[in-house]
Design a protein around this ligand. Structure first.
Ligand code: FES
Length: 110
């Protein structure tokens, strides 16, 4: 049973789209996106490959754990979506690509 108050959920808007992904407190944006039918690029989910890097257009993010939110593959203004969660009510991102899934999928635990 989910007992997280609704006011603790955060919104992630994909720039220039009608997509809004809802993140639970501490949930990686990458995981939330897939669970809600939005596929974003990824491979390692550990902050290594850099495939999930996206431009943070508006808002703030915070790390989901002790691992950094950026790596050497990130350009200025980019964060790793596998390693961060929103730190304010609504953020806007510009991922390198995205697509709607026909069926949402839950990413397996790390
Ligand atoms: S999926 Fe590899 S760094 Fe995020």
């Amino acid at each position: 049973m989910n007992t997280t108050p609704a006011e603790n959920y955060k919104n992630v808007v994909i720039a220039h789209s009608d997509v809004v992904i809802v993140c639970r407190p501490g949930q990686p944006i990458l995981d939330a996106a897939h669970a809600q039918g939005i596929a974003l690029p990824y491979a390692c989910r550990r902050g290594i490959c850099g495939l999930c890097a996206a431009e943070l257009v508006q808002g703030e993010v915070m790390p989901v754990d002790a691992w950094p939110m950026t790596n050497d593959q990130c350009e200025a203004g980019q964060v790793l979506l596998c390693r961060c969660t929103p730190a304010c009510d609504t953020i806007t991102l510009r991922p390198s690509s995205w697509e709607r899934l026909s069926v949402p999928r839950r990413l397996p635990p790390l």
